[in-house]
Design a protein around this ligand. Structure first.
Ligand code: MN3
Length: 223
């Protein structure tokens, strides 16, 4: 077993009442685990990918035409699932506080003609426009701000290592259906109450500004 599920950085009930305990248990223990199990399985079938980092798999291997397309699709789906969820747990905290936003992040928003309110507005609209399962992301691309949707578990990294996801929201029904049912809009709006601005700032300053892809380790940890 190469890849493993990271422990949640907080307890299952930490994000109540915005994200309920049952959803967190299912989401982390079942869904994230299933992506990791699938990734370990597919990697065991591709000897040349043995020992590759998650970053390499998702930025290079999935584009390597010498590998069977169906295998690459599985690496994309399961590897993307592992990468995206490892980030997602870090995007949230019970101690969400906008005071934790790094001034460099605020300055960047301003340079890009954004502020926090506009960011939330554009991000939420993008979240509502995703059809079916997917994610919405705030990304840093060569210094510019972009808000993009991805479908299924496609990782932002597959667009290029210069696409650095600073914040992202899981829009699969498994992320909210137990509590919010069909009310995706309510979930999207409430979710901002648990955004971990400390980590968003860290991803911006330590990765985006340095032009480095966020290096999610095999065990889902991020330095
Ligand atoms: Mn999910």
């Amino acid at each position: 077993m190469t890849f493993s599920v990271p422990p949640l950085p907080y307890s299952y009930d930490s994000l109540e009442p915005y994200i309920d305990t049952e959803t967190m248990k299912e989401h982390h223990d079942f869904h994230h685990t299933a992506y990791v199990t699938g990734l370990n399985q597919v990697i065991s079938e591709v000897p040349q990918a043995k020992g590759y980092s998650l970053t390499k798999l998702l930025s290079e291997t999935i584009h390597d035409k010498s590998i069977d397309a169906a295998i690459r699709k599985r690496i994309n789906n399961f590897g993307g699932g592992h990468y995206n969820h490892s980030l997602f747990w870090q995007f949230m905290s019970k101690d969400s506080n906008a005071k934790d936003i790094d001034p460099q992040f605020t300055a960047w928003l301003k340079k890009e003609n954004f502020d926090l309110e506009k960011l939330k507005d554009v991000f939420n609209k993008s979240a509502m426009s995703i059809f079916g399962s997917g994610w919405v992301w705030l990304v840093y691309v060569d210094g510019k701000l972009d808000i993009i949707g991805t479908t299924n578990q496609d990782p932002v990294l597959s667009l290029g290592v210069n696409y650095i996801p600073i914040l992202g929201l899981d829009l699969w029904e498994h992320a909210y259906y137990l509590k919010y049912k069909h009310e995706r809009k309510k979930y999207v709006e409430e979710w901002w109450s648990v955004v971990n601005w400390k980590n968003v700032s860290k991803f911006f300053v330590e990765y985006a500004l340095k032009g480095k892809p966020i290096d999610v380790k095999d065990d889902g940890s991020i330095n």
